[in-house]
Design a protein around this ligand. Sequence first.
Ligand SMILES: Nc1ncnc2c1ncn2[C@@H]1O[C@H](COP(=O)(O)OP(=O)(O)OP(=O)(O)O)[C@@H](O)[C@H]1O
Ligand SMILES: [Mg+2]
Length: 242
Amino acid sequence: MISMRHVDKHFGELHVLRDITLEIPRGQVVVVLGPSGSGKSTLCRTINRLEPIDSGEIYVDGEQLPEEGRALASLRAEVGMVFQSFNLFSHKTILDNVTLAPTKVRRLSRDEAKKNALALLERVGIAGQKDKYPAQLSGGQQQRVAIARSLAMNPKVMLFDEPTSALDPEMVNEVLDVMVSLAKEGMTMVCVTHEMGFARRAADRVIFMDNGAVVEDSDPESFFTAPKSERAKDFLGKILGH
Ligand SMILES: Nc1ncnc2c1ncn2[C@@H]1O[C@H](COP(=O)(O)OP(=O)(O)OP(=O)(O)O)[C@@H](O)[C@H]1O
Ligand SMILES: [Mg+2]
């Protein structure tokens, strides 16, 4: 579903992605781990071309990422992304946040978009909040709206970049539960998260990055119980140690 071949990227002098080659099959759930600055967010952002790459190739469902224009807009619609900050439209209701892109980009009728949105809000457990504005919701609820909004475009892939790290601890699980159920339904997912419970429960694969490179690529059980590299051991020691 996602194929990256020899992807390199620099920010000026900084070599932020180093020869990344990854094949992610349909339905696979990948957790990306690594120290701060290792390139995890940049990796995600290249997959829907929020960041252009210097060299290499990226394909989503067999199609190479377009450079720009209409083709890029339609690619973006197929690759949903959820960030740490929810980025909801503050002056629009929850329902309108979820129906906006489907009506504008997918050209769904207002009625059809609304029907889909209500089903999605139900699925993420916040149908009762549909007429409120984002500021009236908790962080965990807002993040679930952000997930519903992405799903409303019927994406082939979902990217999550630390979706729970801005949340109060008691709200983390309600967002992770939605992610776990998506994973179970067969969504192809790339998740940057330090939530080890999620990684163990839902991930098929763990990718550990350091300094712009993929250092380890294995199943969660092997990664957590027997990391191969010193860098991964050191990283796990730090995050599991507290
Ligand atoms: N737009 C940018 N311009 C210049 N440098 C950038 C830009 N975005 C990221 N970087 C740098 O690229 C490197 C990788 O950043 P990235 O955000 O991908 O790391 P990360 O692994 O997601 O880190 P964190 O865990 O802190 O989120 C860092 O050194 C960062 O400072
Ligand atoms: Mg990041």
